[in-house]
Design a protein. Sequence first.
Length: 109
Amino acid sequence: MRYIKPKRNVPEELVNENIHFHQVLVIDQDGRQLGVMLRREALQKAYDENLDLYCVAPNANPPVCKILDFGKYHFNEQKKAKEAKKKQTITEIKPMRLPPVIDQHDFDT
């Protein structure tokens, strides 16, 4: 019997081995550009620093990847989303009951 991996509705994050680009532009954790390099070289550089390689701009040419601690980055993104949701205001429109014999002036008011 063969195991079939269930498909999830959320897209996979482009982190470490999930990055499928051949060449990437690498930015280190301090924000300096390290230049365009092969994916395996970029992964090795990230692993040497005990960090992760995260693709921040997959649609760029070449794709931009950043060396960072992905767990910490993901936690901060969740925290920002939670704060934004707290500050969000929901406008509620109250319905009005109007009788069928209403005058135009009453309706305008």
